[in-house]
Write a protein that binds this ligand. Sequence first.
Ligand SMILES: [Fe+2]
Ligand SMILES: [Fe+2]
Length: 303
Amino acid sequence: MLDRYTYQSALAAQEVIHWRIEDIIGGEKRLDFSKAFMPESLARVEDLEFLDREEKRILNQIRGNAYLCIFGLVEEFILPFVMDQTRPHLSGDDFRVRALLQFAGEEAKHIQLFKRFRQDFEDGFGTHCEVIGPPDAIANAILAHDPLGIALTTLHIEWMVQRHYVDSIKDDQQLDPQFKSLLKHHWIEEVQHAKLDTLMVEALAAGRNEEQIMKGVDEYLAIGGFIDGGLKQQVEFDLESFERATGRDLKENQREEFRRQQLQANRWTYLGTGMTHEKVLETLEWLSPAARRKVESISAAFC
Ligand SMILES: [Fe+2]
Ligand SMILES: [Fe+2]
């Protein structure tokens, strides 16, 4: 055991956090389309020199909308996965049952929160922005994998959220306060999810030999490859959305630059920030030093 987290302490922290979707969005609380939604370290729009200031802001907002969509997607597989991990052990540790049910309830709330923000985006942006999906098909494809691989993917996502907020969003004063509030409230609850996920990985790895552990790690990487395919498609959608929103007809070499640069920005946002997170690496190392080495040998491609 890594022995840093317990279900009881996670539950205690969960119980003092209270926010409702209505507290964050609705009424006067609307997105401000004169501002950026995403931090530049994730959006990486500044390097696209053929875009002017306003076009960069529009692309940044398109990336913000895709962020809402992609989080909505991943949470649709996390919710049933956590339920599946909870159901067989309802008569065991009471703190475990309550902490995991709270975790599932929060993810259901987050799914609704992201949908609510996407509606606000649709209402205010002016043109349609296509996003990958449908969520249930993506969730089913991910849920078909080895549970240890799914738990590692969930762990990756939870720590990734921590990194996005703490490293790039918290101190960025240029972002739309409304979008920033969404990311902050999401982050507050995800802090406990990351700890609970660590406990789930430990439980799922218990009793596995090295070969079975590495199978779980391979499936985590396979899910990463599947997500990467989705990101390639999302970049194409973002390019179309950008041209529709701005009325620009980019030259073919500019489109190529857009695709190359934005794919890497997406890879860093959704894959690199999780794969290189010290806490994810720590758990991989605990599973097997070979697991950590394997992930570290390929993570540079997603940074
Ligand atoms: Fe969440
Ligand atoms: Fe979460």
